[in-house]
Design a binder for this molecule. Structure first.
Ligand code: FAD
Ligand code: MLT
Ligand code: ZN
Length: 471
């Protein structure tokens, strides 16, 4: 370890103490590898400040010493945004000790939390105050509110409540020079110039460290109706989505799609799961309605799906009669990510399209991939209600690093060209990180890239915040 690094660690220790430094190689290991096991890095040290003031001091020290910072929350990101490079020169700033719910304000219907609060704990705090915080995703037991904000996370309730950008009213951010921007305003109207909050949301740790947030709360949904549907194609499910929305309005909170291959993967690799329908169908949907009180939700869902069965828009449906049954269906849906990791090497495409373009996209993309000469299996699933597909492609577990690299180059071009032709986005909810950085360069217009680079320069002239990610 160089003398400069030793001196940096000594000064960091003076700020955060023993509890705030991870120097031991074994203890550092979980911070250095991402959830998918795709990226691995090295660092000088992992620093875990206890609060905003300590974070500001740490960042100021890194600013003065030109030390690059990789901010990390729950380390569940899917784009390599929280993994350091392998130079050993970067430091990881972990927010996980900043885990206080600062205030719940039921009158303003808001909650103010530290950025390191685990999403599930934020949900519990809202519930404890008789309110509801709707962001929900498979990693909610370990991802943090700061990571959700930094990636503008989506998940399974965006259709009704919006993504993280729409759920945050205010932020507190430590800027790259160590100053603290206090934007913790719980306001629904605030037209006082450029919206700095919206710049930090989705910035993936490249503009500053988010240390706190004011989040919107909602009424608790006391009634739910859940069903699993089998259909022949995404076109049929898109049709069903439109009808369900027209009939049920805002009561429709989730409409998730899974191909037969996605379902089969879960049944094979996730314990205690079983097929919801007697006969396998090419496509499946998990649909949920919710309301503050039960004014006949189940009957409404049965009516919509009954009609769809009658006119053969769908081929089968299973209605849940208990919360336990619904939980079993959600276990299947949320098991897909884990099942993919167990089954093969996955080339991920996190794309967004107009919902009306999805059926056409799937047909064309399937044909292109069938013709591309790879031994590949498409694992197509996602948040159909948001027009967001995880159009993932799996190649054998035995594939070498070089195989994965070549397949990724080939498949990205096929899939992302098609998405771009259809006016879609190559990055819907997981962020750009290091996974899609080159793709962003390829598809964003030079003007958009120039504007983003100028924003980066204005906030972070020494380029110490998460270098190599996003831009
Ligand atoms: P990390 O992984 O630690 O970091 C992610 C990025 O945010 C990095 O660039 C990091 O530098 C930055 N960052 C983290 N904290 C801060 C901060 N305080 N200030 C500034 N920058 C910060 N995502 C969805 O949108 N929808 C899903 O349905 C979904 N499902 C998932 C299911 C599973 C099983 C898993 C493992 C992940 C899933 N994700 C999903 C990915 C998702 O992006 C993350 O789970 C979550 O939003 C990231 O939070 P985190 O705290 O783990 O962030
Ligand atoms: C999900 O929706 O389950 C995750 O965002 C997807 C993934 O693993 O690609
Ligand atoms: Zn998702």
């Amino acid at each position: 370890m160089s003398e400069n690094t030793q001196e940096l660690i000594r000064q960091l220790h003076a700020i955060v103490g023993d509890a705030g430094l991870v120097t031991d190689a074994e203890a550092q290991a979980p911070y250095l590898k991402d959830w998918l096991g795709k990226w691995q890095g090295r660092v000088a040290v992992v620093v875990r400040p206890a609060d905003t003031a300590q974070t500001a001091e740490v960042v100021r020290l890194c600013h003065l010493t030109h030390t690059p910072i990789v901010t990390q929350g729950g380390n569940t990101g899917m784009s390599g945004g929280a993994t350091p490079d392998d130079s050993g020169a970067q430091v990881i700033l972990s927010t996980t000790r900043m885990n206080r719910v600062r205030e719940v304000d039921p009158i303003n219907n808001t909650m103010t939390v530290d950025a390191g609060v685990i999403l599930a704990h934020a949900q519990e705090a809202a519930r404890g105050a008789g309110r509801y915080f709707p962001l929900s995703l498979g990693a909610e037991g370990s991802c943090t509110v700061g990571g959700n904000l930094a990636t503008n996370a989506g998940g399974i309730a965006v259709l009704r409540f919006g993504n993280m950008r729409e759920l945050a009213l205010g932020l507190e951010v430590v800027l790259p020079d160590g100053r603290i921007w206090n934007g913790l305003r719980g306001l629904r109207k605030d037209n006082t110039g450029y919206d700095l909050r919206d710049l930090f949301i989705g910035s993936e740790g490249t503009l500053g460290v988010i240390t706190g947030a004011v989040l919107k709360l909602f009424s608790q949904p006391h009634a739910r109706a859940t069903a699993w549907v089998g259909a022949d194609s995404p076109a049929q499910l898109a049709d069903l989505l439109a009808r369900t929305r027209a009939r049920c309005g805002d009561r429709l909170v989730a409409f998730e799609m899974m191909s037969a291959a996605s379902l089969a993967l879960v049944l094979q690799h996730v314990t205690d799961t079983r097929a919801p329908l007697a006969r396998a169908t090419p496509y499946n949907a998990l649909i949920e309605l919710a309301d503050t009180e039960d004014l006949g939700l189940q009957a409404m869902l049965e009516e919509v799906l009954g009609q769809a069965l009658e006119d053969e828009t769908i081929s089968d449906a299973m209605f849940c009669t208990s919360g336990t049954q619904a939980a079993a269906l959600w276990k299947i849906r949320e098991g897909i990510s884990q099942a993919q990791v167990r089954a093969g090497k996955v080339i991920k495409h996190d794309i967004a399209l107009p919902i009306s373009a999805i059926a056409g996209f799937v047909a064309q993309a399937e044909a292109l991939i069938a013709d591309c000469g790879l031994a590949a299996q498409i694992i197509n699933f996602g948040h159909l209600g948001d027009g967001n597909l995880h159009f993932n492609v799996m190649i054998p577990l035995s594939s070498t690093y070089e195989d994965v690299k070549q397949a990724t180059l080939l498949l990205n071009r096929l899939v992302h060209d098609l998405v771009t032709d259809l006016q879609g986005s190559i990055s819907a909810e997981h962020g750009v990180g290091q996974l899609r950085r080159d793709e962003l360069q390829h598809y964003k217009s030079p003007l958009e890239m120039e504007l983003m680079l100028r924003i980066k320069q204005a906030f972070d002239p020494n380029l110490i915040m998460n270098p190599g990610k996003l831009l």
